[in-house]
Design a protein around this ligand. Structure first.
Ligand SMILES: [Zn+2]
Length: 301
């Protein structure tokens, strides 16, 4: 898909995240006014703008650009999108606002996390003036025609992670709060990245999402899914499997990140999804290892 109608008031634009179709979307939510959810990276912005033009949405009609969290595949394109959409304010958790004003630290951290091979696929970040930014954790946005979006805190994947409940459909824009499910690529796994993954918070978030009894989730990676309980169960199982793998490796001493990643998530050796699967899987193992090591150090102190 390039453009996919998800609901009467929601369209997904496949912006070819990391150069591959089926990996990432920007959602267009339309009431009387228009909001975007997720920005992709700087490199995906032209496709997103192309999608808006195809939908006959003028740049001035977009009033909100909403990011679930600070990672570059969710917020990296915010600056360039804001340049093209002159009336739009960018919403992200207030703790992450400084990283979009001065992205230097964020760029360094992402480069370390995703690895040198995947790094060039992420583009740069256009800094945003503080006047264009708004805290998203208190978001209650009425777009007109009964379209209302509400923020829910869903930390774990990252501490600033928010999801956005669409009151009209009951569905949740879930970002990376549970697992990814990229059906076209045959890949489904939770991402537990360095440097701020928190297993305890993630477990609580998944339990909270289960309790919401959602009819539908809108994944950034990738698309709408109605089998919510299945998706949450699978994400939980995969997280626990990774946590167990990491515990055993730490007990044995000197864990091998690459070998662990391949054991946790058997990913394709080549093809369009190979690089991203390898990068995200290794980043997840690194994130779980870091969490487990810090936990142990905390227990000793
Ligand atoms: Zn993320």
């Amino acid at each position: 898909m390039e453009l996919c109608t998800v609901d009467s008031h929601i369209t997904a634009i496949d912006h070819h995240l990391l150069g591959v179709p089926g990996v990432g979307v920007t959602y267009v939510v339309q009431g009387e006014r228009v909001a975007l959810i997720e920005t992709g990276t700087a490199l995906t912005v032209p496709r997103t703008l192309g999608g808006l033009a195809q939908l006959a949405i003028r740049p001035e009609q977009v009033e909100q650009i909403i990011c679930t969290h600070i990672h570059m595949d969710h917020a990296g394109g915010a600056g360039y999108l804001a340049m093209a959409l002159p009336r739009a304010a960018v919403y992200i958790h207030s703790s992450s606002i400084p990283y979009l004003v001065d992205p230097t630290k964020l760029l360094k951290s992402v480069r370390r996390a995703v690895g040198e091979e995947a790094w060039p696929l992420h583009g740069g970040i256009q800094p945003l003036p503080i006047e264009r930014l708004r805290p998203a954790e208190t978001l209650h946005l009425d777009l007109g025609r009964d379209v209302v979006l509400e923020a829910i805190a869903t930390p774990g994947h990252s501490p600033d992670h928010l999801s956005f409940l669409d009151r009209k459909s009951g569905g949740l824009f879930i970002g990376d709060a549970a697992g990814l499910a990229m059906d076209q690529l045959g890949l489904a796994f939770p991402v537990t990245p360095v440097p701020t993954y928190d297993l305890d918070a993630h477990r609580q978030t998944i339990a909270r999402l289960r309790a919401l009894d959602l009819p539908r989730i809108y994944l950034t990676h990738y698309g709408p899914h109605d089998d919510v309980a299945f998706q949450l169960d699978r994400a939980q199982e995969q997280v626990e499997a990774l946590a167990a793998l990491v515990d055993v490796a730490l007990a044995d001493g000197d864990p091998d990140l690459v070998a662990l990643a391949a054991r946790w998530l058997p990913y394709p050796a080549d093809g369009p999804a190979a690089l991203l699967a390898r990068s995200w899987s290794q980043m997840s193992v690194a994130g779980m290892l870091r969490y487990a090591v810090q936990r142990r150090q905390g227990e000793r102190n």
